[in-house]
Design a protein around this ligand. Structure first.
Ligand code: HEC
Ligand code: HEC
Length: 387
């Protein structure tokens, strides 16, 4: 339990539960930080088997994808890493569930190979649904269950006929956010507020600068917890822990969070849009737009029917065994220097959720590039994780 608290705290300002969890994997983490700083799209990425000690099934996946894949497995079964792993020795096969999990991975790959032409239709979650014991027998109808299956099929969306197109809605969003000219004038944003997770409230400062730099400092009682992205690499720093590199799908997410001109850029980001229907978000109706991206997982965008503003964004982190969703709900839009920006957002994913409420926002003020420089590893920090 204590462990979980710490993990959440580290994940605080940013985007990345996977990175925070990876903190406990000091061996792998160390190896990765060396390569991540030199990563360019041209060099062949390391595979899992090259980087980790005891990989038998996930051999050929990119090393960067291993931890996110583990997160997917943990979320699918509703367990922590320790369910399968002994503390501080992730390569060991001492626990029975780890051995079972390896067989299950083989099984899942075979099911998809033999029945779905290799498409990943069945994942750990298809059977496990957040539990270690998949249920094989359908339940009897309980008193609370009002209607059979049809009432709770895939969300509450209703199909639209003859409404606006996805492109119309992106255009309306840009207009609602202040228009092309105003949005493209945004060079920097300095934000102050509070981050809340569970019953903890922590002051937070966020600095963002065009084209894609962003750093946040959550001022915890033990010191600052930092999440940063400088345009090509991201990292996390937390009190008493070594600086951690961001990797895999988290880089894509960090780049998006750092984009101050998103309302203008989203039109290029989406190579194809499709309106999927209306959904209720809070007490508002919103259009659900599926946004396809070139070579990346899609985005699900929800635009307020009335204001046209973005009220929800769902993105999907690709892993070797399935996708990990992150949902961000935006609210409390206010105008700052001609653009409407959300003063509150709630980020939720399988591992947890937090809300950031801003109290003060300044736009187009000078922000020194040095602000985004990576902090040095703490002096004398041993490789072993802090307990
Ligand atoms: C349901 C069981 C299960 C859970 C939960 C799980 N893992 Fe794993 N993990 C495995 C299996 C199985 C392998 C080996 C995969 C293979 O052989 O291809 C593995 C391998 C690893 C490795 C590679 C170790 C090495 O050097 O060979 C790391 C690191 C790791 N897991 C980290 C994690 C982390 C971090 C979490 C929590 C987010 C986690 N795992 C959750 C089953 C699990
Ligand atoms: C086709 C359905 C199905 C899929 C897909 C599936 N499992 Fe399972 N899994 C089961 C069933 C059923 C059991 C329980 C078997 C039993 O009770 O003996 C189980 C048991 C397990 C257990 C043992 C749990 C315990 O209490 O010790 C682990 C660990 C596990 N699965 C991991 C995984 C992982 C990881 C994946 C994805 C790579 C996966 N499973 C995919 C059906 C599935």
């Amino acid at each position: 339990m204590m462990m979980k608290m710490k993990l959440n705290l580290v994940a605080v300002p940013g985007i990345v539960l996977s990175v925070s969890i990876a903190i406990v994997v000091s061996g792998g983490a160390k190896a990765q930080s060396g390569s991540a700083s030199q990563t360019t799209t041209a060099t062949a990425p390391k595979t899992a088997v090259q980087q980790f000690k005891n990989i038998q099934v996930l051999k050929d996946i990119p090393a960067d994808e291993l931890i996110p894949t583990m997160q997917f497995v943990a979320a699918s079964l509703g367990v922590e890493c320790e369910f399968c792993h002994v503390h501080d020795a992730f390569d060991k096969d001492d626990k029975k569930p780890k051995q079972t999990a390896r067989k299950m991975m083989e099984m899942m790959l075979t099911i998809n190979q033999e029945n779905f032409e290799g498409h990943r239709e069945v994942t750990c979650y298809s059977c496990h649904r957040g539990s270690t014991n998949p249920v094989a027998i359908p339940p009897v109808m309980s008193a609370e269950m009002e209607m059979p299956a049809s009432a709770h099929a895939e969300g509450t969306e209703t199909k639209l006929v003859g409404g606006p197109t996805g492109d119309d809605l992106l255009e309306k969003y840009l207009h609602a956010a202040g228009g092309n000219a105003a949005v493209n004038k945004v060079d920097s944003r300095v934000m102050k507020g509070t981050i809340t997770f569970g019953d903890r409230n922590i002051p937070i400062d966020i600095y963002s600068k065009e084209p894609d730099e962003r750093i946040s400092f959550a001022h915890t009682p033990d010191g600052d917890s930092i999440t940063a992205f400088n345009g090509h690499e991201g990292w996390l720093a937390a009190p008493k822990r070594p600086v951690r590199e961001m990797h895999g799908p988290d880089i894509d997410a960090a780049a998006m969070d750092a984009d101050l001109r998103f309302p203008a850029h989203v039109k290029e980001i989406c190579t194809k849009t499709e309106v999927r229907g209306m959904e209720k978000i809070g007490d508002h109706s919103a259009y659900f737009v599926d946004c396809e991206r070139a070579g990346k997982t899609p985005l699900h965008l929800y635009f307020d029917e009335q204001s046209g503003l973005l009220v929800r964004l769902v993105r999907f982190g690709e892993t070797a065994l399935g996708q990990l969703p992150t949902q961000i709900d935006y609210a409390d839009y206010r105008e700052v220097a001609g653009v409407d920006i959300p003063y509150r957002w709630t980020l939720a994913r399988p591992g947890g959720r937090f809300t950031i409420q801003l109290t003060d926002v300044k736009q187009n003020v000078p922000v020194d590039d040095a602000k985004f420089a990576k902090p040095p590893a703490p002096p004398g920090e041993p490789k072993a994780p802090a307990k």
